[in-house]
Design a protein around this ligand. Structure first.
Ligand code: HGY
Ligand code: MN
Ligand code: MN
Ligand code: MN
Length: 409
């Protein structure tokens, strides 16, 4: 079956032999391979591929007579977190292409153009800003805001992009050049995604519909202390930023747990990184999520307060920088209802998610957006363990095809 064939073709791209996880960072050789795969699949189907200067892609199915009609958009992303799973992102892209196939098999001819989109750097795994591609496409970030961002190796985004040689210069297109003016005319965007928790397992449903996304964001914590000898420096004479960091990570976990919210420190850099030296600086990334914007602000402020108290005790200096913040998103209720109700088995459950998505960014820009989730048996995501069973994936393709048929008819 075509779905499984596409899945097999993608499987080795960016896969670590050691862990089975994926390393699919934007503007790398692996990214070029993913991009080529998508182009080939689109062209095989006679879809016209457009690429913006950042590398966002849209493959268009434009049957005769759809000129001038408001388009319907689907798709997702192909990038991954470091050592991520196979499904987060690619499932939405593969399912979108499979849904086009299914509509054609059924003889459904849409009366609107149908676009399959691939947004770049959704995870923000390279340059720190989640949903970079869709933020730029919708004007929620500008090229001037982001061009000087650096990855872990110190490469600036503008240089990474130039090296990727996508054939277009984002700087030359001007501050608004990346904006997709036509997005304002989109009838609906439906992103299919693997579920990243156990909501559908608990509900016993293969497919669900997203009600909305919790507000969430990333904050960079830079703690500066004083480098010194690990042996000769008395414990009371140190200014050790690792202590400030460690107590902050504990405080973050405790505060989030008590409040029923989420706080994670998934990335830490200790400088200069010598086992026998008191470190000079720690950079840590706090990911925090909460059910309301007020609760999120309170959570982050509470963590910051404890970090500052601790820094004062340790003789270190703390700097907090917001790297990316996403507001609470309630998806178009009407659209969600139509997606949920439109199934012969009596409808799909509707559920909230704590994970960010390009659909959230498009929704924030005023594009009527919705999401379909496919059951994940263990709920594990952002990990090589992430999984979805083929029958559930096929149910997802069907649900997406049904949604597209209704929206584009
Ligand atoms: O990090 C997230 O929420 C998402 O999976 N991009
Ligand atoms: Mn993800
Ligand atoms: Mn994703
Ligand atoms: Mn020595």
């Amino acid at each position: 079956m075509v779905f499984e064939q596409m899945w097999r073709d993608l499987a080795p791209v960016g896969r670590s032999a050691a862990t089975g996880g994926y390393h699919r960072q934007p503007w790398t050789a692996v990214d070029a391979e993913l991009r080529a795969w998508f182009r080939e699949e689109a062209e095989r189907r006679g879809l016209a591929v457009e690429q913006d200067p950042l590398g966002n892609l849209v493959a268009w199915w434009r049957p005769a007579g759809t000129e001038g009609a408001r388009p319907v958009l689907t798709g997702s992303h192909l990038d991954s977190v470091a050592d991520g799973g196979a499904y987060d992102g690619p499932l939405g892209v593969v399912s979108a292409l499979a849904a086009v196939d299914l509509l054609r098999e059924r003889g459904t001819v849409p009366t609107r153009p149908v676009g399959v989109a691939v947004f770049v750097e959704e995870e923000g795994s390279r340059f720190g800003l989640a949903c970079l591609g869709s933020r730029l496409a919708t004007g929620q970030a500008t090229w001037a805001d982001v061009r000087h961002r650096r990855d872990a190796a110190g490469t600036a985004l503008e240089d990474a992009l130039a090296a990727a040689d996508l054939g277009d210069d984002p700087a030359a297109t001007g501050p608004d050049g990346l904006r997709w003016g036509w997005l304002a005319d989109v009838e609906a965007f439906v992103e299919l995604h693997v579920e990243q928790g156990r909501g559908l397992v608990d509900l016993g449903a293969p497919v669900g519909v997203a009600a909305g996304i919790w507000p969430h964001g990333r904050w960079r914590l830079d703690v500066t202390g004083r480098a010194d000898h690990a042996g000769t420096t008395r414990m009371e004479d140190r200014a050790d930023p690792v202590l400030t960091f460690a107590m902050t990570a504990l405080a973050a976990s405790k505060q989030a747990r008590l409040a029923g919210q989420r706080a994670t420190v998934g990335r830490v850099e200790v400088h200069p990184g010598a086992a026998n030296a008191v470190p000079s600086r720690v950079s840590a990334w706090l990911d925090a999520r909460a059910d309301t914007e007020e609760a999120l602000a309170q959570l982050v402020a509470g963590i910051e307060r404890q970090a500052r108290d601790r820094a004062a005790r340790d003789g270190t200096a703390l700097e907090v920088t917001a790297e990316s913040v996403s507001p609470r998103i309630a998806f178009d209720a009407d659209l969600a209802q139509r997606l949920a109700a439109g199934h012969e088995r009596g409808g799909w459950p509707v559920l909230w998610t704590q994970a960010g998505h390009d659909a959230g960014v498009l929704a924030a820009a005023g594009v009527p957006s919705a999401m379909l989730f496919v059951r994940n048996p263990t709920g594990v995501s952002h990990s090589p363990e992430e999984h979805a069973e083929v029958p559930d994936c096929l149910a997802g393709v069907e649900a997406l095809a049904d949604a597209l048929a209704r929206l584009a008819a």
